[in-house]
Ligand binder design. Structure first.
Ligand code: SF4
Length: 334
């Protein structure tokens, strides 16, 4: 077939949570030309090396091209009937909670809807989960604790507009390369923007940062509790905003009882970071699996969110806590 007659398809790179838009053009010979979608708001045409190599993964060799039952090719009708009968048997014998779906963070939101409708609406069980909720469980629980819902109140545009971007538990340069390049491009345009990396390790993300705070592993809660206490002591609490927040006094008391020296950072490092955070109105705090994948991940998330709630730096352009995720539709799954 003449490849030039095959239409280009708009799609999404499946490899990480940046969710870059791609333009895919079949060459008519089993191959695929891949370009960044210049109109997609996540990447405006940029791709990292992983997205650029997408075409290497579409070959049909070594793939199952038909359902298999007992090591034999089978028709889709046979395969679906078998799965449906196994589900039906288990439900008839042991009830709806004897079955479960475990789905992926790469599905479209519409796919999640159909899968949830099938499990919850027709089978009658809540047994459906996604790997994206599992890896993001700390963020989910932290968001629900602080906001009452699992809501990410940030956009990529906020990172463009911020005057201070804090990367904590996030090696953005490797894990979300196109977003990191976007951040560096914004800093180049507005050199007054500061980037702080909080990570026990000196990662590639430190290359473009103004400050690297190599705190002791697991001490993030102490760092952000100390920030909340410093916000209060500097008179930087947004009282109008906090009037709409429950439990602020109790939270503040708990934060003030913590000891930021647990971070292992020097007093001058802590003082400089706290001063910069407090004096900069437009702050985005980006966090990722270095925060989430921890036995105290929910507390770390909550400690970050508390600082944004105390200052009302949330939900306005250039401000907010921002959980960046590992998969393109993690939030859809959650
Ligand atoms: S940054 Fe992520 S979504 Fe974008 S091209 Fe690279 S792997 Fe794909």
């Amino acid at each position: 077939m003449d490849g030039s007659s095959l239409p280009t398809v708009r799609s999404t790179c499946p490899y990480c949570g940046v969710g870059c838009g791609v333009l895919l053009t079949p060459d008519g010979d089993g191959g695929l030309a891949v370009r960044g979608d210049p109109e997609h708001p996540a990447n405006y045409g940029r791709l990292c090396s992983k997205g650029t190599q997408l075409s290497q993964t579409v070959g049909l060799e070594d793939r199952f091209l038909a359902p298999r039952i007992a090591d034999q090719d089978a028709s889709w009708d046979q395969a679906l009937d078998l799965v449906a009968s196994k589900f039906s048997d288990a439900i008839a014998k042991h009830g709806p909670d004897s079955v479960a779906f475990y789905v992926s963070g790469q599905l479209l939101t519409e796919d999640y809807y159909v899968a949830n409708k099938l499990m919850k609406g027709f089978i009658g069980s809540a047994n459906i989960d996604t790997n994206s909720r599992l890896c993001m469980a700390s963020s989910v629980a932290g968001h629900k604790r602080a906001f009452g819902s699992d809501t990410v109140p940030g956009t990529y545009e906020d990172m463009d507009l911020a005057d201070l971007v804090v990367l904590t538990g996030s090696n953005l340069a490797w894990a979300h390369p196109v977003l990191y390049q976007r951040l560096l491009a914004a800093k180049k345009q507005r050199p007054k923007m500061k980037i702080v990396v909080i990570d026990p390790r000196r990662t590639a993300s430190c290359e473009g940062a103004d400050i690297h705070l190599a705190l002791a592993p697991g001490s993030d809660v102490a760092l952000f509790n100390g920030l909340l206490a410093a916000i209060y002591e500097a008179g930087a609490v947004d009282l109008g905003f906090v009037a709409h927040v429950d439990g602020f006094d109790t939270t503040l008391d708990a934060a003030r009882a913590d000891n930021p020296a647990r971070t292992g950072l020097s007093t001058s490092e802590l003082t400089e970071f706290y001063r910069l955070w407090i004096e900069t109105e437009k702050v985005v705090t980006v966090y990722s699996q270095g925060v989430n994948q921890s036995s105290s991940g929910t507390d770390k998330v909550n400690a970050i969110l508390n600082c944004h709630l105390a200052t009302g730096r949330i939900g306005t352009p250039g401000c907010g806590p921002f959980s960046v995720t590992g998969q393109p539709n993690a939030m859809g799954g959650r």
